[in-house]
Design a protein around this ligand. Structure first.
Ligand code: FA5
Length: 338
């Protein structure tokens, strides 16, 4: 004998529940039906709690099982339908263009530096990296700068204290290398140097240089010129003309300066070349015998040449860039072009 629900009620409950199950057309809806008919406060659960006899218990439990089966079945049907819908409607279009991934690129100063390194490695030179904080001894004295040379002043050079400074050129590397090993020597040293120069189209207070030194028996000025032409061909191909002017440096004798034809105006004259058609790339010369004596190399037995050139300057000439400033501003719109 049923207590709170009559057999008729059970039948009605089942009919109502099955109709609700059949009518549910979404996961939310079927969940709502489950709560309504099988939840803790559902008519069926309350009746089961009040059951006093076996017959009623069996009838209500059978109803519960039938409803659970019906609800689970409908839920699975709905899940399958949703999956089918996704598979047919949310199609992945493999022909759509992919998302572009931006790769970083090398800085133009680094690219130019690597060209120089490769050119000298190919000639059998040793490539070195040297200190940026130098002493007056290595930056000036050992390179035979006279005591009153303007570069020794605070107006030209960044001093840290009376004996230490930010190197003004890569030439002290020559001294370190010659003090450290016996000739023959073939080395190139690349890195940052610092000067109190007023910025303009081709000058900045911080810039890079590459320094070369060759010490051997019977080295001549023609070897220096040939070596400079070799690296300039690596940097500029046959695009640019090259000329050598005589000049003065305390640590070379004779001294020359290589100039490169202006890539901006093609030698017609512009602001970058100061209307001369030529741009100075560096300084060079035959090693001053006094420098050999300073480092304990016999100038009667050994001769040598040295050169030092601006790396940003070389990059400006290579890519036709009329200003040095962008090399230090690191504007991504500029750097992405390399
Ligand atoms: C020197 O620095 C010598 N040490 C070069 C040298 C080495 C001569 C070995 C003989 C033997 P100079 O001051 O001219 O020379 O500078 C060399 C090059 O560095 C210049 O031609 C230019 O390309 C670059 N440079 C000089 N000053 C600046 C600057 N403020 N900004 C950018 N590049 C510069």
């Amino acid at each position: 004998m049923l207590t709170s629900l009559t057999l008729m009620d059970v039948q009605n409950l089942e009919n109502g529940a099955l109709a609700a199950v059949a009518g549910a057309d979404s996961a939310d809806e079927i969940e709502r039906v489950r709560v309504e008919y099988l939840g803790r406060k559902s008519e069926l659960k309350l009746a089961l709690r009040d059951v006093r006899d076996r017959e009623s218990g069996m009838a209500l439990n059978t109803l519960r099982e039938r409803l659970e089966t019906a609800i689970d079945g409908r839920e699975q049907e709905l899940r399958r339908a949703e999956l089918d819908r996704q598979l047919t409607q949310d199609v992945l279009d493999v022909t759509l263009p992919g998302e572009e991934r931006r790769l970083g690129s090398l800085h133009p100063t680094t690219l130019t530096r690597r060209i120089v390194e490769d050119a000298f490695l190919g000639l059998g030179y040793e490539v070195i990296d040297d200190r940026e904080v130098e002493t007056v001894h290595y930056n000036f004295d050992q390179l035979a700068f006279p005591p009153a040379h303007p570069s020794r002043s605070h107006r030209d050079t960044f001093f840290i204290d009376p004996v230490r400074l930010l190197r003004t050129e890569t030439s002290p590397s020559q001294i370190h290398v010659m003090e450290g090993k016996k000739p023959p020597i073939y080395m190139v040293s690349l890195g940052r140097v610092y000067r109190r120069d007023a910025p303009d189209a081709t000058h900045f207070p911080i810039f890079h240089q590459f320094e070369g030194l060759a010490v051997d028996r019977d080295i001549k000025l023609a070897d220096l010129k040939g070596t400079l032409r070799h690296v300039m061909r690596a940097l500029f191909g046959d695009e640019r003309q090259v000329r050598f002017r005589t000049h003065y440096f305390p640590f070379t004798e004779p001294s020359i300066e290589p100039d490169v034809s202006c890539p901006i105006c093609d030698m017609r004259g512009c602001r970058m070349c100061k209307y001369t058609g030529w741009i100075e790339l560096g300084g060079a010369g035959m090693v001053n015998p006094q420098v050999f004596v300073n480092v304990g190399i016999d100038p009667e037995e050994w001769t040598g040449f040295a050169f030092g050139c601006g790396i940003e300057r070389a990059a400006q000439l290579r890519h036709g860039i009329s200003e040095i400033r962008p090399f230090w501003e690191n504007d991504l719109r500029v750097l992405r072009q390399f």
